[in-house]
Design a protein around this ligand. Structure first.
Ligand SMILES: Nc1ncnc2c1ncn2[C@@H]1O[C@H](COP(=O)(O)OP(=O)(O)OP(=O)(O)O)[C@@H](O)[C@H]1O
Length: 455
């Protein structure tokens, strides 16, 4: 079968306009007061106060009747205090007028409002009605908007591109899309593009026939064929070697694969979901990622927010991870940390706290250099002294022996696993290949473990 030539190059702006649903960004504020929790969309001018005639009515006696006004101009969104009794504060600074950004917190009297934004394609304000979407948990406005967007597009066959910092839940989002799609009975196949050696990429994706290269001792099915009838999740798509990019594009367009060493094209029916922590548009502009492939993959761009943008979800996530209610101590310990490694770091922390107690977990966290960086780069190797401290037998004195053996074992396996990996990595100057060799693990698996433990 003749190969299909790639489409003619397009400009980034033109392609963006033609391939993305035309989203409109709307600013919203959320707050809770004596009357409960509220979300309101901001108009060109919105009056805020405790008077019933205000656009945003706050049920709080410390808020003046006509307290402040939100308004837009060509430079953005502003809040202006209207001479209120108790003042208007932005990020705890008292202001007469200030420009706001998404995520800003605005305090009026005793009530704090949080500014968010939502992307809509139809002018409506989509909010998922529940605090869960498949395996995903989140009750904040940003997460419920995300869930509504996932629900809307999961039922289509459009390619989806999930962007977000490391640990924000991109893989879980991909799984949620698959589970909510008509393909849910089909396979869900993950390819971690960061963990596949360049020379094996083609075989990994499209398979090979026996004898295609020296180590090809038998026919092997690639990820696309394995996912036939289901979804292929291409994780860390930004790591796809440039030489592979036209090959992937051809497969997406022809919907056929040709295993390495074969002349036969095989038809495959897969939906593509990919994820990246990098901004692929910057990579396109730098020539490191093909623009035509980018637009083919980014049919629906999905942005997963970092945890710091929805800290109100932390208690819900903590209880989800624990599988039960959390102690006040644990909730306090998790409330005000930066969580640069996002939900993954929170999960590791909670699992450690379950094993050793919240205080000890806090101590261990402060011994480690904190946070997976937003850029997704690995953090510096922990020192041997630190790793030794984390296995101090004194930890045992903090462990709960009230739990079941199974729970105890699972918690200590996590702690032990992390300890083992950090030591092996340190011994091999953080070479994943060398560490995997010594550990007797597959390099891909080693890579996953390292990311899982934020090492
Ligand atoms: N909204 C959520 N609800 C429940 N669990 C979550 C949520 N978001 C993330 N997690 C959990 O956090 C951990 C990290 O999530 P995941 O591996 O999907 O992140 P990621 O963005 O793909 O990370 P990376 O970019 O490093 O691959 C997982 O254990 C996942 O189950």
């Amino acid at each position: 079968m003749p190969s299909i030539p790639p489409p003619p190059p397009q400009t980034l702006v033109h392609s963006l306009a033609s391939l993305q649903a035309p989203p409109t960004e709307r600013s919203i504020v959320t707050w809770s007061d004596a009357a409960g929790e509220h979300t309101a969309q901001l108009q060109d001018r919105t009056l805020v106060g405790s008077a019933a005639e205000s656009g945003i009515v706050i049920a709080d006696p410390t808020v003046s009747r006509l307290h402040a006004e939100f308004h837009f101009d060509e430079r953005g969104l502003w809040v202006r205090d209207l001479g209120s009794r108790n003042g208007t504060f932005v990020e705890n600074v008292m202001v007469r007028e200030a420009r706001l950004e998404t995520g800003s917190t605005i305090r009026m009297g005793g009530t704090t409002l949080k500014l968010g934004s939502e992307m809509t394609t139809d002018g409506a304000t989509p909010l998922w009605p529940a605090h869960r979407f498949g395996p995903l948990v989140g009750g904040s406005v940003v997460m419920r908007q995300l869930f509504a967007c996932l629900a809307k597009f999961a039922v289509t066959d459009l390619a989806m591109m999930i962007q977000g910092e490391t640990g924000t839940g991109k893989e879980l989002v991909a799984r949620a899309i698959h589970d909510a799609s008509p393909r849910k009975q089909g396979p869900f196949v993950i390819v971690d593009c960061a963990a596949v050696p360049d020379a094996l990429f083609e075989s990994e994706l499209f398979g090979h026939v026996k004898g295609a290269f020296t180590s090809a001792v038998a026919n092997r099915e690639g990820a696309f064929e394995a996912a036939d009838g289901g979804t292929v999740f291409l994780d860390e798509i930004g790591e796809l070697p440039i030489a592979m990019q036209p090959k992937l594009l051809r497969v997406l367009e022809s919907r056929t694969v040709r295993p390495v060493g074969s002349t036969e094209h095989r038809r495959v029916d897969v939906r593509i979901v990919c994820a990246t922590h990098r901004d692929l548009r910057t990579m396109v502009n730098a020539g490191a990622f093909r623009e035509d492939l980018y637009f083919r993959l980014a049919g629906v761009p999905i942005l997963v927010p970092p945890l710091r943008e929805h800290p109100e979800d932390i208690p819900l996530l903590v209880e989800h991870i624990l599988g039960r209610g959390a102690s006040a101590e644990l909730l306090a310990a998790t409330a005000n940390r930066p969580w640069l490694g996002n939900v993954r770091e929170l999960r590791n922390f909670v699992e450690r706290a379950r094993a050793v107690g919240a205080q000890q977990a806090l101590q261990m966290a402060s011994q480690q250099s904190t946070g997976g960086s937003p850029s997704g780069t690995m953090r510096a190797a922990p020192s041997v002294a630190n790793t030794t401290a984390s296995m101090n037998p004194a930890l045992l004195s903090n462990i709960s022996f009230q739990q079941s053996f199974r729970e105890f074992r699972d918690q200590w396996l996590e702690v032990g696993e992390r300890e083992y990996l950090s030591r092996v990595l340190a011994q091999h100057a953080r070479s994943i290949a060398a560490a995997a060799r010594q550990a007797g693990l597959d390099r891909t698996y080693m890579h996953r473990l390292v990311r899982k433990h934020l090492l």
